[in-house]
Design a binder for this molecule. Structure first.
Ligand code: COI
Length: 343
């Protein structure tokens, strides 16, 4: 008990008194894990109640080899970012929306979920405790990863008897090595990301390992990411491995309607409809959006034996949208919609 109380005191000192920046090369942040000091851990016991969580130093966790998450993939995650304002304050972007999306995902994966307040509080505490890891204004962001998983042991297929909600964080720069230059995407026809009735519409961890094969094949051919088509007709656009996709033609911006196979993005939507791959190849502009990716222009798409180039310059919809969004997220543009919270 004495050691625990000493640790708590030490943490308080660190959390509340250390305003300096962590020792990082802020000009060269990529998208690798540089774990911030603290993670938040909240457990859910057999009665389905989440008990009070706490911040603890980032580190390994102990799991039974028969934990539900390890054997049957019962887990979902979220991603949200903290940004540094020019005056040094730290801003969060719509964490309540991540909370709601986690609740929907938990329901699909038969897991109990933290309440919106518990989720938002955990994200705020994690961001605040790791303030020195939020990059200086304009140099990147602190990516915050809330993770909900079945930790209790199972042998037969069934929901885990216990769960953990963990929030950790890492400073990040651009997701793609292209930075803000155009991405080169490849339309995947052999593998599907999701199928009707499956879990593609929620952020289940089980949606991600199955895309690795197509992704790594595309990367080895020099592409940035893969565009998935619907698994039935193989004609309609779904999303990329790590982000949603938008298609611009004239004055219309379209994005595939979410129907259970596409993860509902949090950055915004325009005309939601079925988008045929031929429309994509005929578009003026294509861009990707996601928490990790931000708003990224697509320079080329390759489909079968055709490669099409798209507009990516300063006059593009993508560029304008990105400037406004990043402006709101970093406090440079007025937030008229109440999307930003200062911690
Ligand atoms: C995110 O944008 O937060 C994601 O989950 C994408 C992930 C593949 C990094």
């Amino acid at each position: 008990a004495q050691a625990a109380s000493a640790l708590r005191e030490e943490r308080k000192k660190h959390v509340y008194q250390d305003d300096a920046y962590a020792d990082m090369d802020w000009d060269n942040l990529g998208y690798a894990l540089n774990p911030a000091d603290y993670m938040y851990v909240m457990k859910c016991s057999k009665d389905g109640e989440f008990t009070e969580g706490e911040l603890t130093p980032f580190g390994n966790i102990q799991l039974s080899p028969s934990a539900g998450v390890l054997n049957y993939g019962q887990a979902i995650y979220e991603g949200t970012k903290a940004y540094r304002k020019e005056n040094g304050k730290v801003l969060l972007f719509r964490p309540d929306h991540n909370a709601v999306r986690m609740q929907l995902g938990a329901e699909r994966m038969l897991m109990p979920s933290p309440s919106v307040d518990q989720f938002v509080d955990a994200v705020k505490q994690t961001a605040f405790a790791n303030k020195r890891w939020v990059p200086p204004s304009g140099k990147g962001s602190l990516y915050i990863r809330p993770l909900l998983m079945g930790t209790g042991p199972v042998l037969g297929l069934g929901p885990a008897p216990e769960y953990a909600f963990i929030v950790y964080a890492s400073p990040v720069g651009n997701y793609f090595k292209e930075g803000t230059a155009g991405l080169n995407l490849y339309v995947e026809e052999e593998y599907s990301r999701a199928a009707p009735g499956g879990s593609g519409g929620v952020k289940s961890i089980t949606n991600y390992a199955p895309v690795l094969k197509a992704l790594s094949r595309a990367k080895s051919l020099g592409f940035s990411d893969v565009l998935y088509l619907d698994s039935v007709k193989k004609k309609y656009l779904e999303e990329a491995s790590a982000c949603n996709v938008f298609v611009v033609k004239g004055r219309t911006i379209s994005t595939p309607a979410t129907n259970g196979t596409i993860l509902e993005g949090l950055l915004g939507r325009v005309v939601e409809k079925a988008v045929h791959v031929d429309e994509v190849m005929d578009a003026d502009e294509v861009f990707c959006t996601g928490t990790a990716v931000g708003v990224a222009p697509v320079g080329t798409i390759t489909y079968q034996d055709r490669r099409v180039e798209y507009e990516t310059g300063d006059e593009s919809v993508c560029h304008k949208l990105r400037s406004v969004l990043v402006g709101i997220q970093t406090g440079l543009v007025e937030d008229t919609k109440g999307w930003v919270t200062c911690i």
